[in-house]
Design a binder for this molecule. Structure first.
Ligand SMILES: [Zn+2]
Ligand SMILES: [Zn+2]
Length: 408
């Protein structure tokens, strides 16, 4: 769905609801339409199918509060029924800036609403953001007139940034503070973001007097357009900064220290609000997303918030009972193994697992019976004597199945 759809299509009309309809009314209207127009109910009826698609598309936008806001904003800014620049002659914007629409071709804002902050939490926050996104990427800026895009618009939220961090097992379990090196756009250090060569300064655009927007009337309508002279920025740079080519923004490497919370899992993506790229003109910083890789532990396994640990014990310990000392992530703990413990039995040590959200997991200790690999003559005689003294069948179910001739 393009922004062009946003401008051209009346989703409220498609659902037959008022522009201020609440979420419940929109849902109700859509359900009624979907029921009546469903292709299963109207086989071969192309008109019903088209209307069904229209209603579904409309509902997809209006039922999502963020999309609905963007839609309303697009319609408010550019009017319903299509904003068509260039229709009256002399149309189009400078190359690299606005697409120069030919007569009758709808003005396509492209993915204006999605591109501004690199995928994550793009938000169309009004005219400033619209034009910021529009001019940010294009241009090339070789003409010497390309000026800093933000001059006439309000504060802009910084980009969301994604990075990765590899943590040791215990760091992931206990939480850790790590330095992260990141590359993201920031204010150009040479011109301090002005876009002008050091020693010079941008001056207010003489065409729009710094507003960044000019009005044009066409028939009965007046349109606001981004100023062509300054490309919507409100200021003009005569001598662009060589470092950033006049954009005021360069890619910068920075190292930040972030606290990874306890209990993160391998592959988890955690969000650190406000740790992304810095905002411009005092705008809030974007968010940082860290994809966590956790290396394995030689000792512990992990099942959710529980830690697992395998502990071999001798036959004598299993038969007679013992008290084991086992390691935990912090310190050790004593574990009583009762006489007659079978191999494979799991003991739960409460509260010695991973400190998860709201709950601390347990340590699950599973014992296995270790068998000596070599026996000297005396030991062998002792084991044989022991075997002769034990009548208990270690595998009664298997014995019974064998007696029955096998099978299930
Ligand atoms: Zn610069
Ligand atoms: Zn201007």
């Amino acid at each position: 769905m393009s922004t062009r759809d946003f401008i051209e299509k009346d989703y409220y009309a498609a659902l037959g609801v008022a522009k201020d309809a609440d979420a419940a009314a929109i849902k109700k209207a859509y359900r009624a339409l979907a029921r009546d127009l469903h292709p299963d109910k109207n086989p071969g009826n192309a008109q019903a199918e088209a209307k069904f698609k229209e209603a579904s598309e409309a509902y997809g936008v209006l039922s999502d509060a963020t999309k609905r806001k963007e839609y309303d904003e697009a319609r408010r800014l550019f009017g319903s029924g299509g904003f068509r620049p260039g229709g009256g002659g002399g149309g189009g914007f400078p190359p690299g800036g606005f697409p120069a629409g030919s007569a009758g071709q709808p003005f396509d804002l492209g993915d204006l609403f999605g591109a501004a902050s690199g995928g994550g939490g793009a938000r169309a926050g009004g005219l400033g953001d619209l034009f910021g996104g529009l001019f940010g990427g294009g241009g090339g800026g070789a003409t010497g007139t390309r000026s800093r895009q933000q001059a006439a618009s309000g504060p802009a939220r910084g980009q969301d940034v994604e990075t990765e961090a590899t943590l040791a097992f215990d760091e992931a379990v206990l939480g850790v503070t790590v330095p992260l090196r990141m590359q993201s756009p920031g204010s150009c250090p040479t011109c301090h973001g002005s876009g002008a060569k050091p020693g010079t300064a941008p001056h207010t655009c003489p065409v729009c007097n710094g507003a960044g927007v000019t009005s044009r009337s066409q028939g009965a309508f007046a349109f606001s357009e981004p100023c062509r002279e300054c490309r919507g920025s409100g200021s003009v740079v005569d001598d662009p900064c060589a470092t950033c080519k006049g954009s005021g923004i360069t890619d910068q490497v920075r190292t930040i220290t972030v606290r990874i919370p306890a209990g993160v899992k391998d592959g988890q993506r955690i969000r650190l609000a406000g740790k992304g790229a810095p905002g411009r003109r005092g705008g809030p910083a974007g968010d940082l997303f860290v994809v966590v890789h956790v290396t394995g532990s030689e000792l512990f396994g992990r099942s959710g918030d529980d830690l697992t640990l395998d502990v071999p014990i001798s036959f004598a310990e299993a038969a007679l009972g013992t008290t084991l000392t086992v390691p935990t992530l912090d310190g050790t703990v004593s574990l009583k193994v009762p006489a007659g413990t079978a191999g494979g039995r799991t003991f739960r040590v409460r509260g010695r697992g991973v400190h998860g959200k709201g709950r601390t997991g347990d340590l699950l200790v599973t014992v296995s019976i270790a068998v000596p690999t070599t026996l000297d003559a005396d030991a062998r005689a002792a084991v044989e004597a022991l075997a002769a003294r034990i009548d208990e069948d270690p595998r009664p179910q298997v014995t019974a199945a064998v007696r029955a001739g096998g099978g299930v």
